[in-house]
Structure formats: structure tokens, C-alpha cells
Ligand binder design. Structure first.
Ligand code: SF4
Length: 365
């Protein structure tokens, strides 16, 4: 297939789902699969795929939205940095409305006169720092293996150009360690994972080896309806045969070895560190902290942050939604107090959030 329409062909998707139904019936027990990635969650909702799967097959949404998994503590730290005098805070737009403890957010800080800028690329922050040497530019680094190399490249570029007024608050996270935590969570009992296509462009298959080793199925999957239906089919084949591997459904985007150059750039600037995930808690080695050699670019070393007492908004169940233990409509605030127009939690704020996807596509179904 060469064109996007072909991946949306109703006949093709129907054929794949028929095969899914036959395999699911043959397995003869309930099966739980998780789509890790927020883009998958939105595609599943947009094309109504969840409803088209057989009743014995549960498709659960996982912690694949970078904004949503950013812990409340990191949101509070970002807000503190953005509020410092002389600081220009550079962020991707999705973070603007994510509330910290007490409901403050970056958009309100900006409205109150703080210099909060939405960037399209980390390179924008380097350029701004170069052009405004009297300002301290703090770049908020969130996201997974997909965005971390671009932030690392920005740090390397800043060093090369002698930009001394740029630093990064690295709240990046890496996906494999989160999957490990999900596998270990007995309350979830996930049989297979639709692994994120975009992240896998960088990591390749190696990052997911622990999934088959744990006796679970894995398929690196694209984002069109035919991709997802085929990804589910590949998972069910593994489960039916009891032979587990990391299948690549998204072969048009992902090479088995991933992107070694991007991983090198990332590893030059970052090293693994513990990270706190919203909903999943602290996962050892799942963060990317700036290496000592680049400490001049580390916002957490450049600025002294006070002890901040962070607390989740009462009633928001984003943590449970991100762990896949409940769906958004089981949150008492969903669709009433919490809507995309007045979101209370990051899963509704973010364009990739599970609550936003459910509200848009699956509400009341
Ligand atoms: S509906 Fe709103 S309050 Fe409830 S879990 Fe989702 S984002 Fe949080």
C-alpha cells in the first residue's frame, strides 16, 4: 500500500477484524491488550475500533501521552521555573493548560505577564536564547524517545555556539521501563502490547525484548485503522500460538535496528535516572537526566528550587486511567465537571490524552 486512503479502506479493516474475531474465538478466553501510545488511543476512538472488536477482547489505553504522564511534582517545578524573574520559559503547547497543585498553569502565568513561549521545536529555544542574551531561557523537555533526541541536539547546538543562557528541565521518560512496570502489575494482566510506532522509529525492536521474555505479545504498530487492526491480529496470533516475539506491523516507518544516530545523540547528553510517572509512581531508570558534562545546561542545577509540596487534584483519576485500571467514563468528573473546554486533569487537557479521546469519540457509547 502506498497511500493513506488504503490504510483506511473499510474492506481491508473489515477483513482484518474478521480474522481477529476468528482468532479470538479460537483462543477461548478473555484477552487484554494495551495500546501504549496516545496517538493509538485517538485512532482507536476516531475509527470506532474498540466497538468493532469481539466481546472477549479488551483494548485498554495505556500511559503513552507525554503530557499526561508528567508528574504533578514536575508540573509544579516547571511552574516555579517559569515564574522566576528574568526567565523565558519555552514549552510545547500541550503543557500550557496542565494544572499544577492548586490549579495554576503555564497559560495563566503567561496571562499574568510571565514570559512563557510556545515552541514548535527545541531549536527555537536555542535561537531565542542566542538572540536574547540577557534572558535565561529554560526549555521544558517532556516526551519519550521520540522527542528526547531533538532536545539533546538542541543542547549540543547550544554548546557548539557558545550559548550560555539556555538550560533544560528534563522531564523526559523512556517507554520500555514503563512497560516493564505494567507487566509486573498483577492487577492489569495484559496479554499483549501495541507498541508505539513513533518511539520505535528511534528504539527499534530491542527496547521491547522483555515483553516476549515475559510471555506477552508485542507488535510495533502504526496509526491508521488498518495498522491497528493488523497489530491486534499479530498479537492474537502470538497468543494463540503461545510463541511470543516483537512483530513489526509498522514496517513502513520502523526498522528493526531503529535510529542508532538519534540514540547516540540522546546518550551523549542524557543518562538514565529515576523518574516519577503520573499514575505509575517512580520507575527506576525510566527518566533521562542531563549528564554531568552538560551540567551548565541543566535547569535543575542552574536554579535552586525550593521544596514544593505537590498534591494531585482531588477527584481526578488520571493516574488510574494511565495505568489502564479504569476507563475515563468511570471518573466521576468525566464529561460533567471535566470537559475539553474546562479540563481538570492532564488526560483531558492533552490532545493525546485518553480522557480527551473518550470525550471526543466514545462518550455515551
Ligand atoms: S475525566 Fe478529567 S478529572 Fe477525570 S480522570 Fe480524566 S482528566 Fe482527570
Amino acid at each position: 500500500m502506498k497511500y493513506i486512503d488504503e490504510y483506511r479502506s473499510p474492506d481491508l479493516v473489515r477483513g482484518l477484524l474478521d480474522a481477529v474475531a476468528i482468532l479470538a474465538a479460537g483462543i477461548g478466553r478473555d484477552v487484554s491488550l494495551m495500546e501504549i501510545c496516545g496517538t493509538h488511543t485517538h485512532a482507536v476512538g476516531r475509527y470506532g475500533l474498540r466497538r468493532l472488536l469481539p466481546g472477549t477482547l479488551r483494548l485498554v489505553s495505556g500511559p503513552g501521552c507525554p503530557v499526561c504522564v508528567t508528574s504533578i511534582g514536575d508540573v509544579d517545578r516547571a511552574l516555579h521555573l517559569a515564574g522566576l524573574p528574568g526567565v523565558t520559559f519555552a514549552t510545547f503547547g500541550d503543557m500550557l493548560r496542565v494544572p499544577g497543585t492548586g490549579g495554576e498553569n503555564l497559560a495563566r502565568l503567561r496571562a499574568a505577564g510571565k514570559d512563557v513561549r510556545v515552541i514548535a521545536s527545541p531549536a527555537d529555544a536555542v535561537r531565542f536564547a542566542e538572540e536574547n542574551p540577557a534572558r535565561q531561557v529554560v526549555l521544558l523537555g517532556i516526551g519519550f524517545e521520540t522527542t528526547a533526541p531533538t532536545v539533546a541536539a538542541a543542547v549540543l547546538r547550544a554548546r557548539e555556539r557558545g550559548v550560555g543562557n539556555l538550560s533544560v528541565f528534563s522531564a523526559h521518560k523512556t517507554v520500555p521501563q514503563a512497560i516493564r512496570a505494567l507487566i509486573a502489575d498483577r492487577s492489569l494482566n495484559i496479554d499483549g502490547f501495541l507498541c508505539p510506532g513513533h518511539v520505535s522509529v528511534i528504539t527499534g525492536v530491542e527496547a521491547y525484548r522483555m515483553i516476549p521474555q515475559a510471555g506477552r505479545a508485542a507488535a510495533i504498530t502504526g496509526f491508521e485503522p488498518a495498522d491497528i487492526a493488523e497489530g491486534v491480529l499479530l498479537l492474537l496470533r502470538q497468543i494463540a500460538d503461545g510463541r511470543f516475539e516483537v512483530a513489526i506491523q509498522y514496517a513502513r516507518g520502523v526498522k528493526a535496528q531503529g535510529n542508532a544516530r538519534a540514540r547516540e545523540v540522546m546518550a551523549e547528553v542524557f543518562e538514565p535516572g529515576d523518574a516519577e510517572w503520573r499514575g505509575l509512581g517512580v520507575i527506576p531508570g525510566s527518566g533521562l537526566r542531563i549528564r554531568r558534562e552538560f551540567e551548565a545546561f541543566d535547569a535543575l542545577r542552574r536554579f535552586t528550587l525550593p521544596e514544593i509540596r505537590s498534591a494531585e487534584f482531588r477527584g481526578c483519576r488520571c493516574g488510574d486511567v494511565l495505568r489502564g485500571v479504569m476507563s475515563p467514563d468511570q471518573c466521576g468528573l468525566f464529561g460533567e465537571a471535566c470537559t475539553p473546554a474546562s479540563p481538570l486533569g492532564p488526560c483531558m487537557v492533552s490532545g493525546e490524552g485518553t480522557c480527551a479521546a473518550y470525550y471526543k469519540y466514545e462518550r455515551g457509547l
